[in-house]
Design a binder for this molecule. Structure first.
Ligand code: UD1
Length: 309
């Protein structure tokens, strides 16, 4: 899949996932990154910063978003408050960014006749589900202000698609991991924390018994899903799970890490994290059938890259 010669905006383009999307597209397209560098980082743009236009702005800044989006035909909307704990501490702030900011992006797209928006949603919208793997038609049950705001964003995508003819595609990311994921907060993705601790010889802390399961998907596959969503005609107006369709428990993942690292690691079991989902696994049939999505990076390969960068 090749996207070339297009004028493209990536909100949150200095963040973990957004920067990979921006980098991938920057060699053959005119890419604008909008990011306020709150959780995004300039160092994520290293190696391709000179190939993009960078706008240091918050997506709550309507004027900056309108200016950035002018002339674009494709927008990857990745910018968001992604810190779940921050959404719990300050739900209004979270909503202003994740809902208000999303509306700024959609309004800018409407005003400037953008053709298509790809929206980064989250598996968090499902909450605890009885049925696994989870399909897109499962009733959502958001457990945090963050999850609720992502669900609201999805609904705004649908309204803009139906009422204003803007082509929108929503991707519900499962547990994304890979290079550039920030490892230094207690709420960072578990893989970024575990691989860093193994590299630096520190113990791993498992919240609960380690038998909780997750569908860990490489950022490389997530980028690919975004490119497919940008090109697919059949995907317009639809919502897709983006995971691998497989899950592992944290204990299983630790065994894989130890095998790859060739050494045993000290593991400390702590009390379960409040609000944790027990099991999570995506049904990716729809993304396979409609977008032609097929995850290519195995967990072993993805972990190896992080252990031996
Ligand atoms: C949450 C969000 C998800 C988001 C992801 C990454 C929900 C339902 N899901 O997923 O949308 O994409 O964060 O930000 O809110 N753990 C440890 N030790 C650690 C760190 C984590 O045992 O040092 C455990 C957690 O308690 C959890 C599992 O590892 O059981 C995965 O945690 P994490 O990577 O933070 O992601 P989720 O909570 O699954």
């Amino acid at each position: 899949m090749k996207i070339s010669g297009k004028d493209i905006v990536v909100t949150g383009g200095a963040g973990f996932i957004g920067s990979w999307i921006a980098e991938t597209l920057s060699s053959e397209n005119k890419v604008t990154v909008i990011d306020n560098l709150h959780t995004g980082k300039m160092k994520n743009l290293k190696g391709f910063a000179d190939r993009i236009r960078f706008i240091n702005a918050d997506i709550r800044d309507r004027e900056a978003v309108f200016e950035g989006v002018k002339g674009a035909e494709l927008v990857f909307h990745q910018g968001a408050n992604v810190i779940i704990q921050a959404s719990i501490d300050d739900p209004k702030m979270n909503s202003e960014i994740n809902v208000g900011g999303t509306l700024n992006v959609l309004e800018a797209c409407r005003k400037h006749d953008v053709k298509r928006v790809i929206f980064a949603s989250s598996s968090a919208i499902y909450g605890n589900t009885e049925k696994l793997p989870v399909t897109e038609d499962q009733d959502p049950s958001p457990l945090s202000p963050y999850a609720l705001s992502k669900l609201e964003g999805e609904k705004w995508m649908k309204i803009y698609s139906e009422k204003y003819g803007l082509e929108t595609v929503t991707l519900r990311y499962f547990n994304v991991y890979g290079p550039r994921q920030y490892p230094d907060s207690p709420y960072s993705g578990v893989i970024s924390i575990f691989t860093k601790n193994i590299r630096t010889g520190k113990p791993l802390t498992v919240f609960g018994d380690g038998e909780q399961t997750r569908d860990f998907v490489s950022v490389r596959d997530v980028v690919n899903a975004n490119l497919l969503a940008a090109e697919s005609r059949k995907g317009v107006g639809k919502t897709f799970n983006i995971g691998t369709g497989k899950s592992v428990s944290l204990n299983e993942m630790i065994s894989i890490l130890e095998k790859l690292a060739g050494k045993k690691t000290k593991v400390v079991y702590d009390k379960p994290r409040h609000g944790d989902v027990r099991h999570s696994r995506a049904d990716i049939t729809l993304a396979k059938d409609v977008l032609g999505y097929s995850p290519a990076v195995s967990l072993e390969e993805g972990l190896k890259e992080l252990l031996f960068p």
